[in-house]
Design a protein around this ligand. Sequence first.
Ligand code: SF4
Length: 300
Amino acid sequence: MASSTLRVKAKNDEEKRWFFDILDHRRSDVKEFVQTLSMYQWCDETYNIIDSAYQCWNGCRYCYIMAMNRRFRRGTIIDQTFHLHGTKVKKGWRKGDSKLFMFPSSHDIFEDMVDSYIEVARKMIDAGHRVLCVTKPRLSCIDRITRTLMDVKDKILYRFTIGSVDNEVLSFWEPHAPSFEERLDALKLAFERGFETSVSMEPLLEDPARVIERVTPYVTESIWLGYMNYQKGSAEIHRLCQCKIEGVIDIEDTVDDLETLEKRTHDLEVLKTRARELVDRYRDNPKIYFKEGMMTMLVK
Ligand code: SF4
């Protein structure tokens, strides 16, 4: 693994140790810990190439980008065709300090733009950076990216989002994203072609045991468990979405309905208890890491 990737991983290892020290009452510096956890837990920078007038086609019901776009009345057009942000694709990259770029972070990778994705990833890498490729992977896209960027494979870390093995659950929460089988095949392909691989279960769409069992043989780096990447005032809705996922709230409620449920603190306590059970279950698994929202919830 390349240097910026190792640096971020070392930071994640330190955060995990600190988290357990607080849970086990060996440290009490909760405020400093929470301040240290940043939105950039996975990377140094993020980069996206979607036209900001459009919404990512996957249409995930829990999408915080969608929630933010709705709130600020932007990026609300939904179209199956991917609309590129031309300037961001054409931008030249000058060499500088090596950074780990999470690319993409506010859209996914689709067949009609995968060549533009590769073009930008190549420019980033040529400028000395590394790419954290976060996606609900389409097999054809991963095939194309891995073949085309094989010569720089040590500069790329894949992080495939797989929240459930159950396609009914996936199609409810992520209506236009690939099936579990397609995502698993993409993971196997990247692994067999010698790329670094990791899996994100953020958000958890079921108890993680089945996903962890199926993906572990093909994961070289890490498996992340997390609730919603809530931030900037949307914490309550995202926590309540997670309550809904966990079955605490009726599955028939729509996400919009959840906005009216902000006072359901009892549900949040149930969620917290479940999160603690998960952390205790997987704390000795060196591949498993916890997202910042889950850790923050448990130390506060
Ligand atoms: S893939 Fe990511 S950006 Fe796209 S809809 Fe789903 S959560 Fe939002």
